[in-house]
Design a protein. Sequence first.
Length: 531
Amino acid sequence: MDVMPLLLLVAGSAAVAAAGRRTPVPAPLLLVAAGLAVSYLPGVPDYTLDPHVVLPLLLPPLLYTAGTDSSYLDLRAHVRPVALLSVGYVLFATFVVGCAAYLIVPGLPLTAALVLGAVVAPPDAVAATAVARRVGLPSRITTILQGESLVNDATAITAFKVALAAAVGEGATWAGGIGEFLLAAVGGVGVGLVLMVPLQWLRTHLREALLQNTLSLLIPFVAYAAAEQVHASGVLAVVVVALHLGHRAWEVDFATRLQEDAVWRMVAFVLESAVFALIGLQLPVVLRGLGTYAVADAAWYAVAVFLVVAAARFVWVYPATFLPRLLSARVRAREDDPGWKAPFVIGWAGMRGVVSLAIAFSVPLTVHGGGPFPERNLILFLTFTTVIGTLVVQGVSLPPLIRLLGFPAHDTRAETLAEANAQAQASRAAEERLDDLLTDERNALPGPLADRLRMVMERRRDAVWERLGQVNPVTGESVDDTYRRLSREMIGAERAVFVRLRDGRYIDDEMLRTLLRRLDLEEAAAYREAA
């Protein structure tokens, strides 16, 4: 097996994604563009998407990272709009796009058109949240988009299986399709509920951070495989487990959280970069399979399907937003009027991604009886153009659209006040606990050490309030920023001494690693990564 193409894919996509962080263009769009350009360079091999790799090996970790970063409480508070988008909209888009494709493309059977509809129905989890976070959307819109993207793949994959069964001649019925959908949904949630408690127990009872992080890397694949084994939705199983573990992450020790955060950031960065680069690299594969279609006809079909996909989302989003308010006084009393801007952004943030392409490549070559699957190559082409079209047109225009609509910026002062009040309450509790402990002679400490505990606690409490204070007129830094900078300079001076002592053979490398780790933990405590 030649691993060089895989290494080149990972290294190249990571380099492009890193460069994209320094440009105003979202990284997913740069990666797709780079993949498109590289696909025609001489000597570049074909990177054909294998659904047996993408769905069970790439989708679970991406869903898991998105799930653990999401808020279970926020999703529960917005369960209605999330459900209407992740289930209702996907089924609606499957039907509308399928019927439109049936009417637009001569000779395309309705069953095959519905397969296309299911393939392009789900917006992509990574693309939507990446753009939403970068442009600073209000938290409610971001939560709805995140929640939709976590669940909609399960709806689309199930709808695809039902439409595909009808297209290949397996005699699928409406009752059978509804039954399969319910089995996938209920079964996937059930598997997730069964797994989440023992997995959390293991996470809290394994004593070594290395073992806990190994378990963390296995969890999404275990949940996905267990659900698929019983013909349930692996997507929903992963999402349920991820939401539970993310909600109870505070129960795991600090070393595991620190390592786990670093590990999953790296995994997500590599996978997301490779996934979007793979989309662009599919162009030669898709075009070679297009066959005898004239360029003008293929282009017309592509534009028409893209327009239907974009319009269908608005047709669904506005009624789904305002009809519940119109029909229910309870909804009107409990929720603020969203206005027209928020639904417009949600409607425009419908970028498709690699899951659609992976599902499309899983369409079989033949139907029952041995005949070719009707218009399979055209389905692949229209899926590819829809994915590229939504990423380029909607992805590029979404940030300026949000700025044009004038959404209010985050109130950083209010957020800092909330953080300071929470820290003040926690510090009072810590101080009371320390006083109680020091009254017991078994906890006796010398005065300087007890004072040091109090000083660290006070430092945590005061640091947040200091961010609201005046800035240094010379440097423009807050008091807290200056403290952290000076702390870093001091730690850097210590680190240089340790290295010099190692180089002079006064200490060995093992002792150097021990001393450096101690400094690293102090530096991590003194610094907080910028949001």
